[in-house]
Design a protein around this ligand. Structure first.
Ligand SMILES: Nc1ncnc2c1ncn2[C@@H]1O[C@H](COP(=O)(O)OP(=O)(O)OP(=O)(O)O)[C@@H](O)[C@H]1O
Length: 277
Protein backbone atom coordinates (compact mmCIF):
# COMPACT_ATOMS: atom_id res chain seq x y z
CA UNK A 1 0.00 0.00 0.00
CA UNK A 2 2.97 2.26 0.63
CA UNK A 3 5.89 1.67 -1.71
CA UNK A 4 8.85 3.95 -1.30
CA UNK A 5 12.05 3.37 -3.21
CA UNK A 6 15.30 5.26 -3.02
CA UNK A 7 13.59 8.29 -1.56
CA UNK A 8 15.89 11.21 -0.93
CA UNK A 9 14.56 14.34 0.69
CA UNK A 10 16.09 17.44 2.26
CA UNK A 11 14.96 20.93 3.22
CA UNK A 12 18.20 22.36 1.84
CA UNK A 13 20.27 21.30 -1.12
CA UNK A 14 23.15 18.98 -0.21
CA UNK A 15 21.64 18.32 3.23
CA UNK A 16 19.51 15.22 2.96
CA UNK A 17 17.24 14.34 5.87
CA UNK A 18 16.22 11.07 4.18
CA UNK A 19 18.55 9.35 1.73
CA UNK A 20 17.87 6.37 -0.56
CA UNK A 21 15.17 5.28 1.84
CA UNK A 22 13.17 2.15 0.99
CA UNK A 23 9.91 1.23 2.69
CA UNK A 24 7.13 -1.16 1.72
CA UNK A 25 4.09 -1.31 3.98
CA UNK A 26 1.00 -3.51 3.79
CA UNK A 27 -2.56 -2.72 4.83
CA UNK A 28 -4.12 -4.23 7.95
CA UNK A 29 -1.27 -3.24 10.23
CA UNK A 30 -0.31 -0.62 12.79
CA UNK A 31 3.26 0.47 12.27
CA UNK A 32 5.21 2.20 15.03
CA UNK A 33 7.75 4.65 13.59
CA UNK A 34 10.57 5.27 16.04
CA UNK A 35 13.63 7.45 15.76
CA UNK A 36 15.68 10.01 17.62
CA UNK A 37 14.72 13.68 17.64
CA UNK A 38 15.43 15.09 14.21
CA UNK A 39 15.81 11.67 12.58
CA UNK A 40 13.26 12.62 9.94
CA UNK A 41 10.05 10.87 11.06
CA UNK A 42 7.77 13.85 10.48
CA UNK A 43 9.51 14.58 7.19
CA UNK A 44 8.84 11.01 6.07
CA UNK A 45 5.16 11.24 7.08
CA UNK A 46 4.86 14.53 5.19
CA UNK A 47 6.35 12.92 2.06
CA UNK A 48 3.86 10.05 2.38
CA UNK A 49 0.87 12.38 2.53
CA UNK A 50 2.10 14.77 -0.18
CA UNK A 51 2.85 17.79 1.98
CA UNK A 52 6.55 17.53 1.11
CA UNK A 53 7.97 16.19 -2.13
CA UNK A 54 10.93 13.84 -2.65
CA UNK A 55 14.06 15.23 -4.29
CA UNK A 56 14.72 11.81 -5.81
CA UNK A 57 13.25 8.33 -5.76
CA UNK A 58 9.64 7.22 -5.88
CA UNK A 59 6.84 7.30 -3.37
CA UNK A 60 3.60 5.49 -4.14
CA UNK A 61 0.76 5.50 -1.64
CA UNK A 62 -2.51 3.64 -2.31
CA UNK A 63 -1.46 3.45 -5.97
CA UNK A 64 -0.99 7.22 -6.29
CA UNK A 65 1.89 9.64 -6.28
CA UNK A 66 1.30 11.83 -3.19
CA UNK A 67 3.09 14.79 -4.78
CA UNK A 68 0.30 15.00 -7.40
CA UNK A 69 -2.11 15.75 -4.54
CA UNK A 70 -5.04 14.40 -6.53
CA UNK A 71 -8.44 14.65 -4.79
CA UNK A 72 -8.77 10.83 -4.92
CA UNK A 73 -5.49 10.55 -3.03
CA UNK A 74 -6.22 13.25 -0.47
CA UNK A 75 -9.57 11.63 0.36
CA UNK A 76 -7.76 8.45 1.33
CA UNK A 77 -4.99 9.83 3.50
CA UNK A 78 -5.15 11.66 6.81
CA UNK A 79 -2.23 13.14 8.73
CA UNK A 80 -2.71 13.99 12.38
CA UNK A 81 0.22 16.35 12.97
CA UNK A 82 2.05 16.70 16.25
CA UNK A 83 1.02 20.34 16.61
CA UNK A 84 -2.56 21.16 15.86
CA UNK A 85 -4.08 24.51 14.98
CA UNK A 86 -7.84 24.64 15.02
CA UNK A 87 -10.23 27.41 13.96
CA UNK A 88 -12.42 29.11 16.56
CA UNK A 89 -15.58 27.26 15.64
CA UNK A 90 -17.74 24.69 17.36
CA UNK A 91 -17.09 20.99 16.88
CA UNK A 92 -20.25 20.75 14.82
CA UNK A 93 -19.20 23.58 12.48
CA UNK A 94 -15.76 22.00 12.13
CA UNK A 95 -17.42 18.79 11.12
CA UNK A 96 -19.67 20.52 8.58
CA UNK A 97 -16.67 22.25 7.01
CA UNK A 98 -14.09 19.42 6.94
CA UNK A 99 -15.91 16.08 6.98
CA UNK A 100 -17.18 16.43 3.37
CA UNK A 101 -13.58 16.14 2.14
CA UNK A 102 -13.65 12.48 3.24
CA UNK A 103 -16.27 10.39 1.42
CA UNK A 104 -16.13 7.59 3.99
CA UNK A 105 -16.45 9.94 6.97
CA UNK A 106 -18.64 8.37 9.66
CA UNK A 107 -20.34 11.03 11.84
CA UNK A 108 -21.77 8.47 14.25
CA UNK A 109 -18.30 7.09 14.89
CA UNK A 110 -16.96 10.61 15.42
CA UNK A 111 -19.54 11.38 18.11
CA UNK A 112 -19.05 7.95 19.64
CA UNK A 113 -15.31 8.62 20.03
CA UNK A 114 -15.99 12.08 21.49
CA UNK A 115 -18.27 10.47 24.06
CA UNK A 116 -15.63 7.87 24.88
CA UNK A 117 -13.10 10.66 25.32
CA UNK A 118 -15.60 12.63 27.42
CA UNK A 119 -15.41 15.73 25.21
CA UNK A 120 -18.13 18.37 25.70
CA UNK A 121 -19.56 18.56 22.18
CA UNK A 122 -21.04 22.08 22.46
CA UNK A 123 -17.70 23.78 23.18
CA UNK A 124 -15.77 25.90 20.71
CA UNK A 125 -12.49 24.33 19.70
CA UNK A 126 -10.29 27.19 20.85
CA UNK A 127 -11.77 27.17 24.33
CA UNK A 128 -10.63 23.59 24.81
CA UNK A 129 -7.46 22.43 26.51
CA UNK A 130 -4.61 21.03 24.39
CA UNK A 131 -5.50 17.47 25.37
CA UNK A 132 -9.17 18.00 24.54
CA UNK A 133 -8.27 19.45 21.11
CA UNK A 134 -6.04 16.48 20.51
CA UNK A 135 -8.89 14.11 21.34
CA UNK A 136 -11.21 15.90 18.93
CA UNK A 137 -8.63 15.56 16.18
CA UNK A 138 -7.95 11.91 16.97
CA UNK A 139 -11.70 11.28 16.78
CA UNK A 140 -11.89 13.17 13.49
CA UNK A 141 -8.89 11.31 12.05
CA UNK A 142 -10.36 7.92 12.89
CA UNK A 143 -13.83 8.85 11.68
CA UNK A 144 -12.47 9.75 8.22
CA UNK A 145 -11.86 6.01 7.77
CA UNK A 146 -8.99 7.03 5.48
CA UNK A 147 -7.05 4.11 4.05
CA UNK A 148 -3.77 5.58 5.25
CA UNK A 149 -3.75 7.17 8.66
CA UNK A 150 -0.58 8.93 9.75
CA UNK A 151 -0.31 10.00 13.38
CA UNK A 152 2.55 12.09 14.68
CA UNK A 153 2.86 11.76 18.49
CA UNK A 154 -0.89 11.17 18.97
CA UNK A 155 -0.69 10.50 22.72
CA UNK A 156 1.18 13.75 23.55
CA UNK A 157 -1.07 15.74 25.83
CA UNK A 158 -3.44 12.88 26.63
CA UNK A 159 -4.00 12.02 30.27
CA UNK A 160 -3.52 8.45 31.46
CA UNK A 161 -7.15 7.26 31.08
CA UNK A 162 -7.31 8.84 27.63
CA UNK A 163 -4.19 7.00 26.51
CA UNK A 164 -5.88 3.74 27.44
CA UNK A 165 -9.01 4.89 25.63
CA UNK A 166 -6.92 5.76 22.57
CA UNK A 167 -5.38 2.26 22.49
CA UNK A 168 -8.78 0.67 22.86
CA UNK A 169 -10.34 2.71 20.07
CA UNK A 170 -7.48 2.18 17.61
CA UNK A 171 -7.28 -1.55 18.28
CA UNK A 172 -11.01 -1.85 17.61
CA UNK A 173 -11.16 0.27 14.51
CA UNK A 174 -8.40 -0.81 12.14
CA UNK A 175 -9.72 -2.60 9.06
CA UNK A 176 -7.94 -5.00 6.71
CA UNK A 177 -7.66 -2.39 3.98
CA UNK A 178 -6.36 0.31 6.33
CA UNK A 179 -2.84 1.13 7.39
CA UNK A 180 -1.83 3.21 10.37
CA UNK A 181 1.60 4.67 11.02
CA UNK A 182 2.16 6.09 14.47
CA UNK A 183 5.30 8.11 14.96
CA UNK A 184 6.09 8.34 18.63
CA UNK A 185 8.56 8.71 21.45
CA UNK A 186 5.85 7.58 23.89
CA UNK A 187 6.50 3.92 23.18
CA UNK A 188 5.22 2.74 26.52
CA UNK A 189 1.81 4.17 25.64
CA UNK A 190 1.61 2.21 22.45
CA UNK A 191 3.71 -0.92 22.58
CA UNK A 192 0.66 -3.15 23.02
CA UNK A 193 -0.90 -1.64 19.92
CA UNK A 194 1.87 -1.70 17.37
CA UNK A 195 2.36 -4.83 15.30
CA UNK A 196 5.33 -3.71 13.19
CA UNK A 197 8.30 -1.66 14.37
CA UNK A 198 10.05 0.76 12.01
CA UNK A 199 13.24 2.49 13.12
CA UNK A 200 14.48 5.52 11.23
CA UNK A 201 18.17 6.20 11.72
CA UNK A 202 21.00 7.48 9.52
CA UNK A 203 18.43 8.80 7.00
CA UNK A 204 17.02 5.33 6.35
CA UNK A 205 14.67 2.74 7.77
CA UNK A 206 17.26 0.52 9.43
CA UNK A 207 14.76 -1.88 10.99
CA UNK A 208 11.34 -3.04 9.82
CA UNK A 209 10.11 -6.07 11.75
CA UNK A 210 6.88 -7.52 13.10
CA UNK A 211 6.72 -7.55 16.89
CA UNK A 212 6.42 -11.35 17.06
CA UNK A 213 9.59 -11.73 14.97
CA UNK A 214 11.47 -9.45 17.34
CA UNK A 215 10.44 -11.51 20.37
CA UNK A 216 11.32 -14.70 18.48
CA UNK A 217 14.88 -13.45 17.97
CA UNK A 218 15.35 -11.55 21.22
CA UNK A 219 14.21 -11.98 24.78
CA UNK A 220 13.41 -9.18 27.21
CA UNK A 221 14.09 -9.99 30.84
CA UNK A 222 14.56 -8.63 34.33
CA UNK A 223 17.45 -10.27 36.21
CA UNK A 224 19.22 -9.67 39.50
CA UNK A 225 22.66 -10.27 37.99
CA UNK A 226 23.94 -10.13 34.42
CA UNK A 227 25.62 -13.51 35.05
CA UNK A 228 22.17 -15.06 34.73
CA UNK A 229 22.12 -14.28 31.01
CA UNK A 230 24.27 -16.29 28.61
CA UNK A 231 23.86 -14.02 25.59
CA UNK A 232 23.10 -10.45 26.67
CA UNK A 233 23.23 -7.76 24.01
CA UNK A 234 22.07 -4.75 25.95
CA UNK A 235 21.22 -4.02 29.57
CA UNK A 236 19.96 -1.16 31.68
CA UNK A 237 20.02 -0.84 35.45
CA UNK A 238 16.53 -1.42 36.85
CA UNK A 239 15.02 -1.01 40.31
CA UNK A 240 15.83 -4.60 41.12
CA UNK A 241 18.83 -5.68 39.10
CA UNK A 242 18.86 -5.25 35.34
CA UNK A 243 16.54 -5.12 32.37
CA UNK A 244 18.21 -7.09 29.59
CA UNK A 245 17.83 -7.66 25.88
CA UNK A 246 19.40 -10.99 24.97
CA UNK A 247 19.57 -13.39 22.04
CA UNK A 248 16.62 -15.73 22.36
CA UNK A 249 18.48 -19.03 21.91
CA UNK A 250 16.05 -21.05 23.97
CA UNK A 251 12.88 -19.98 22.16
CA UNK A 252 11.63 -18.35 25.34
CA UNK A 253 8.52 -16.24 25.26
CA UNK A 254 8.85 -12.65 26.45
CA UNK A 255 6.97 -9.44 25.93
CA UNK A 256 8.58 -6.80 23.74
CA UNK A 257 9.78 -3.82 25.74
CA UNK A 258 9.75 -1.29 22.94
CA UNK A 259 11.73 1.34 24.82
CA UNK A 260 14.50 -1.12 25.70
CA UNK A 261 14.48 -2.43 22.16
CA UNK A 262 14.83 1.04 20.68
CA UNK A 263 17.70 1.90 23.03
CA UNK A 264 19.33 -1.44 22.22
CA UNK A 265 19.11 -0.80 18.48
CA UNK A 266 20.71 2.62 18.87
CA UNK A 267 23.56 1.49 21.13
CA UNK A 268 24.22 -2.01 19.79
CA UNK A 269 23.10 -1.44 16.25
CA UNK A 270 25.15 -4.01 14.35
CA UNK A 271 24.59 -6.76 16.87
CA UNK A 272 20.85 -6.27 16.96
CA UNK A 273 20.43 -5.79 13.22
CA UNK A 274 22.50 -8.90 12.50
CA UNK A 275 19.83 -10.96 14.31
CA UNK A 276 17.38 -10.01 11.61
CA UNK A 277 19.51 -10.43 8.49
N1 LIG B 1 10.70 23.27 7.94
C1 LIG B 1 11.97 22.88 8.08
N2 LIG B 1 12.97 23.57 7.50
C2 LIG B 1 14.24 23.17 7.62
N3 LIG B 1 14.65 22.08 8.28
C3 LIG B 1 13.70 21.35 8.88
C4 LIG B 1 12.31 21.71 8.81
N4 LIG B 1 11.61 20.78 9.50
C5 LIG B 1 12.49 19.90 9.99
N5 LIG B 1 13.74 20.24 9.61
C6 LIG B 1 14.97 19.48 9.93
O1 LIG B 1 14.85 18.19 9.36
C7 LIG B 1 15.36 17.20 10.25
C8 LIG B 1 14.29 16.16 10.49
O2 LIG B 1 13.21 16.76 11.18
P1 LIG B 1 11.88 15.98 11.51
O3 LIG B 1 10.93 16.96 12.12
O4 LIG B 1 11.43 15.25 10.30
O5 LIG B 1 12.40 14.93 12.57
P2 LIG B 1 11.61 14.03 13.62
O6 LIG B 1 12.25 12.68 13.55
O7 LIG B 1 10.15 14.10 13.36
O8 LIG B 1 11.98 14.73 14.97
P3 LIG B 1 11.24 14.80 16.41
O9 LIG B 1 11.29 13.42 16.97
O10 LIG B 1 12.08 15.75 17.17
O11 LIG B 1 9.84 15.30 16.17
C9 LIG B 1 15.83 17.93 11.49
O12 LIG B 1 17.22 18.11 11.40
C10 LIG B 1 15.12 19.26 11.43
O13 LIG B 1 15.90 20.28 12.00
Amino acid sequence: MINIENLTFGYHKKQAVLENLDLHLKPGHIYGLLGRNGAGKSSLLHNICGLLFPDAGTCQVAGKNPADRSPEFLQQVFLLPEEIYLPNVSIKSYLDIYAPFYPEFNRDLFFQFLTEFEIPVENKLQSMSYGQKKKVMISFALATQAKVLLMDEPTNGLDIPSKRQFRKIIAGIIKEDQLIIISTHQVKDLDSLIDFVLILEDKKIILHQPVDHITEKLSFKQVMSLDEIATPIYSEGALKGYAVVAINNKQEHSRLDMEMFFNAVLTEKQQILSQFN
